[in-house]
Ligand binder design. Structure first.
Ligand SMILES: C[S@@+](CC[C@H](N)C(=O)[O-])C[C@H]1O[C@@H](n2cnc3c(N)ncnc32)[C@H](O)[C@@H]1O
Length: 315
């Protein structure tokens, strides 16, 4: 999903993961996110075999299960743990004419297994930097349960992987003369004019959902600077590889504007960038490197990242 500051119905945002308690009106924002919708629809069209079987973990309004059914799936099981949302998904899927093929299960996706093996599993519990939502743990635990029941042959996962990176930036935290250096989110398809990048994106983690164990996400190393300026913040970039088109991978034709297909037939979708202010701006010169360190567990709150973050100039 996209980022935002939300509380669960108990008003307690710290003790729980965001993705578990997304209110219904926020799902509208997810439906409006064209890059997200187009990316998942394209990926499902690519990987769902005609007559195939699909499982969706965390179905929300049911839209990804609808895409799976429209891509030719004969049977889709989808699991949603919020009963009101599961009921809403049932209504919407019926109104959109796919309820004969899509079965909505009200329950905990951490426990659910489909009655038979599936070809594809789709799960969108993605948040910037893989913080705040359950994607990594959800798919790791699913893999273990699934292989124990059905054997070693895994379904195709959508997304297949998530790539995480950081870059040094200048950022104007002045709002009508009110200086407020707070963590914030930025739409990657509509970069803020408050922002100037100072160097390239440095990758710090690749999470491959077919194999990834739930382990700490950590970085301790250099962050390159190519343009002199004042480093005021770090930008955390989250790119999801939703699927890979083997035919397009052979085709050298450049993808069209607005297409979710990147180079080499990769269907991708980026979460909102997370911008984290530094306690103090650092003057940086071209060719210099900063020394950066942080560590967090997938699904942690942003505060965990902030509390471990260190950034220092190197000579
Ligand atoms: C980011 S939303 C995505 C919804 C939908 N798949 C879409 O793409 O529009 C994640 C959904 O997963 C559900 N969810 C989170 N944890 C869950 C769990 N353990 N079991 C079942 N559903 C869960 C949330 O309630 C929410 O509806």
């Amino acid at each position: 999903m996209n980022s935002g500051s939300l509380q669960n119905p108990q008003g307690d945002s710290s003790a729980t993961e965001l993705g578990r308690f997304i209110p219904q009106h926020y799902h509208y924002q997810m439906l409006l996110d064209e890059a997200r919708m187009l990316g998942f629809r394209t990926a499902l069209e690519l990987v769902v075999p005609v007559g195939g079987r699909v499982l969706e973990l965390g179905t929300g309004t049911g839209v990804l299960s609808f895409f799976a059914a429209r891509s030719g799936a004969e049977k889709v099981w989808c699991v949603e743990r919020q009963p009101d949302l599961a009921e809403r998904a049932r209504q919407l899927l019926a109104a959109n004419g796919v309820d004969d093929r899509v079965e909505v299960v009200t329950g905990d996706a951490f426990e659910y297994l489909p009655p038979e093996p599936v070809d594809v599993v789709v799960c969108e519990m993605l948040h910037s930097a893989l913080l705040r939502e359950s994607q990594v743990r959800m798919l790791a635990e699913f893999r273990a349960r699934y292989t124990e029941r059905f054997g070693p042959q895994l379904p195709v996962f959508v997304p297949q992987a998530t790539l995480l990176g950081i870059e040094a930036i200048e950022f104007d935290f002045d709002f009508f003369d009110y200086r407020a250096p707070l963590p914030l989110f930025e739409d990657p398809s509509n970069p803020s004019n408050r922002l100037k990048t100072l160097g390239p994106v440095t990758p710090y983690k690749i999470v491959d959902y077919m194999n990834a164990p739930v382990e700490s996400i950590a970085y301790q190393g250099p962050l390159g600077i190519e343009i002199a300026g004042q480093c005021k913040a770090l930008r955390f970039v989250t790119k999801n590889i939703l699927a890979i088109d083997p035919d397009a991978a052979q085709n050298s034709e450049a993808p069209g504007a607005g297409s979710p297909r990147g180079e080499h037939g990769i269907v991708e979708w980026m979460n909102q960038n997370l911008i984290v202010p530094l306690p103090e701006a650092l003057n940086v010169a071209a060719g210099q490197a900063l020394s950066v360190g942080f560590a967090y567990q997938p699904g942690d709150e942003i505060e965990v990242l902030l509390s471990t973050l260190t950034v220092a100039s190197t000579d």
